[in-house]
Unconditional design. Sequence first.
Length: 1160
Amino acid sequence: MLTTASMHAAGAACPVTEDAATAAELEPCDPEPGLGELLEEFSRTQYRAKDGSGTGGSKVERIEKRCLELFGRDYCFSVIPNVNGDICGHYPRHIVFLEYESSEKEKDTFESTVQVSKLQDLINRSKMARCRGRFVCPVILFKGKHICRSATLAGWGELYGRSGYNYIFSGGADDAWADVEDVTEEDCALRSGDTHLFDKVRGYDIRLLRYLSVKYICDLMVENKKVKFGMNVTSSEKVDKAQRYADFTLLSIPYPGCEFFKEYKDRDYMAEGLIFNWKQDYVDAPLNIPDSLTHSLNIDWSQYQSWDLVQQTQNYLKLLLSIVNSDDDSGLLVHCISGWDRTPLFISLLRLSLWADGLIHMSLKPAEILYLTVAYDWFLFGHMLVDRLSKGEEIFFFCFNFLKHITSEEFSALKIQRRKSLPARDAGFTLEDICMLRRRDRGSSTSLGSDFSLVMESSPGAAGSFTYEAVELIPAGAQTQAAWRKSHSSSPQSVLWNRPQPSEDRPPSHQGLVEAKSSSSSSSNHSDNFFRMGSSPLEVPKPRSVDHPLPGSSLSTDFGSWQMVTGCGSIQERAVLHTDSSLPFSFPDELPNSCLLAALSDRETRLQEVRSAFLAAYSSTVGLRAPAPSPSGAIGGLLEQFARVVVLYTQSRASQEWREFGRTEVIDNTLNPDFVRKFVLDYFFEEKQNLRFDVYNVDSKTNISKPDFLGQAFLALGEVIGGQGSRVERPLTGVPGKKCGTILLTAEELSNCRDIATMQLCANKLDKKDFFGKSDPFLVFYRSNEDGTFTICHKTEVVKNTLNPVWQPFSIPVRALCNGDYDRTVKIDVYDWDRDGSHDFIGEFTTSYRELSKAQNQFTVYEVLNPRKKCKKKKYVNSGTVTLLSFSVDSEFTFVDYIKGGTQLNFTVAIDFTASNGNPLQPTSLHYMSPYQLSAYAMALKAVGEIIQDYDSDKLFPAYGFGAKLPPEGRISHQFPLNNNDEDPNCAGIEGVLESYFQSLRTVQLYGPTYFAPVINQVARAAAKISDGSQYYVLLIITDGVISDMTQTKEAIVSASSLPMSIIIVGVGPAMFEAMEELDGDDVRVSSRGRYAERDIVQFVPFRDYVDRSGNQVLSMARLAKDVLAEIPEQLLSYMRTRDIQPRPPPAAKSSPTPAPEQP
């Protein structure tokens, strides 16, 4: 059984509580309703439009509905339907097209005038032009400009592949280009002659860009063309050979892909100093930005390859902000390769930065804008968070953690507007003039930030009408611009709105303003678009006291006891308002200090609140949730040390070498650090997974030297899983003469796949394989692996003497069947059972979990095919059919759930002391103890016992021998205690069992016969007293040969099958073990006197199969333990299921000890 466990080292300062209490503690971190649900859904599965109404559809619908509601707060918009992913399978089902910003009063007043049908037609025509069909899609509306996103241009392989697919499935008509409406002149140009497919699709892509008024295209790819397997799989505008995109302003701003963010995670989430390797072979896209866009940014772009991740992201964001905030009305397109990693990073940063300035989404609170950008920009546009998390490529986390680097005013769009106003100080207005404007001419009191800026511009379209330069008064956050213009022919306090005429290639737009008469002469080409906008007083913000922290600025104060990895390495980071911040522009000396100071502080406050809310929600859902601290301190007593990191090492089974697995974040200035970074490990019950935790004091995050060593702890992963509530506290050792403190470790299961599939199958007219009689058919299920191989995951029982078998219903974990991938191939082989194990192959068929699940509503029939017979016989049809009669899915508890709930595994050992083992003093004996090597008995006992002891809290194991003569009277016993204590047969740990075993070899006489039943019944009597699921018994029998009481042993096993116990048999020596195979009920359930075992509780393996010829005993015994213990979790679960026993809630850290188990 394979499950997944998450481990993290955690410190503490208060008593450890249960997970539920911890979650409740963190609840305030998620102020936005549904944000936790959103992140859980996001981290569980990738969004696909076609699955929106299926499993999990209700959650997706709530997310979509919430997004539409948040957009509707500030915008009038139209929806482009994409319900079943008809346009794009990984775009939102409801694509929002923002038409114009609306106030609360106006948003329901105007009807949409956008030609959505034309826009959708252009989208349908152009979608094949871009990789994965991810067409140019507008997502942000700022100053009447559309900020769009997409994938890069599709290469010829994808383009022709999609074209052929559409042709075939549309009945031979190229309906991507079929059109019943009038063909425009541009259409004719595109269709003239035998136009190449590239011309068609890229032509429509260009038309869509023009319709959205996009002029600037920012390409984030580090490649000119994406190459896989030596073939160009994508292209880009910058290398379009036909120069189709020459009319656009192309910017090549190469930015590292998602793979690079694994290095970000591996460096403890430190982006500072992390520089991309630009010398890699595939990196061939240079930085290329027109000079006209860079001269005002004061950035040395020639040094871009020396920038670290922080500086590179900052500079690129500054560039994008300067483009969207420029004077022209052209839109912006941002794309990478597929458009779902780097693209949402910059789209999200643009949305949050403009929102923080109060320029878009003005009515949204920090938690609301966070929900909107996570849901819409990341989740609904197909970011594969599940895949990225599994690979450690945490670009999604980087986006929101990066907000702390853009809080300053230099990233503010308002700052850019202020810079433009400086040359116009002689326009005849002072700041006092502006502040004294009459009430109706001042900015809105509701504008976020309560700030304003001045923009000086000329009016070229009104020559002769206006004799003075125009001055615009722009309330911060208002996208509509109220222009106060002074002229001879108009009132000096007229408020004007101007907007270019809509054309065929751009969507018409109304701004939701009350139309007014033109106050200029008819010679102005803008006169028909003048509108009057009312306004309210402009509030002058009060100066913020630096003695009071910003709301939401302290993670530890506002959001409970959780911490989060930060870029500077400190968990306890606080947001601080600096008093020495200086504005990058100047005003006359009489400027009041409070007039414009609040814009920067408000921006910083807002972004810090968004970041804090994200970190809190992310930690409590995706996995960065710190456990509650321990009263003793997780790492305590480390005197005079102020910066700590824990390094996890795992041990290789083959070489026994320790290898670094990962590091926690660094925590400063505390003696009891709380670490929140988790180490995600694959957990295997049947393996000994040794771990080592080293604690260091560090001066830097990369250099760990021996003098900084503070202590270490050794333990196995099973010890953590088996601890009370999956918690273990260990002392730190390794520094002679010094108390190093303690470390607290907790584990939690991450596996989400807990479904159990129950199915029943039958077969009809199978091939006859037996010469006498018919066949004895059974099925073997295999799960396909990533490398094309198959792993067996289930075998049915054998149905004797029939060609039309009906197998009993059986259950199998869905994860075992398909590993969570519903489309993964499942291969089913049909065999004829033979007693000698050489089962005859009848045939095979393949299916998938998704196909199997269809049988919930209908029978499914599969043809059984034998490839060899099919090749030999021309008239071969099949070797029979298999019908899936029923299929159902239920969710159930896992093995770890029961262990965490306190279920103890009580381990009992029984060793064969019969004479057939040979004289223990002779090297030929199976009990012979060489000075250089343990006996086979001792090796098997040690291999199995060292794993299973981790799940027994008291580590006291009853150990028995059978088949020996006991001194002094020579009585033959088949269940004597190895420690010679009839009252207390317990041995302290596996070492105690081995010591008692060695002592018995020196005192008893090996004799016979070989009886199993007495020791099985002894353990069964103890197990019969436990019926609440608190304890489960495992009996290990090690023997060398033939069972002398087979009938009694079968009866004992059948009786024990209804009890909470399992039996492991390891056969040592060269004997044939046919009888043991019969007891192992994998193929045929054990029966006695017409009674069948209720469940399979026996696992047998021959020791000789695990002797490694290379001499690597450690690896050999690891394989032995893995095979003999592999069935224990499922056997425990089968007992709990049949008795309807649910796991108990995990006990608190200081709960009372588990009662001592009944002694066998």
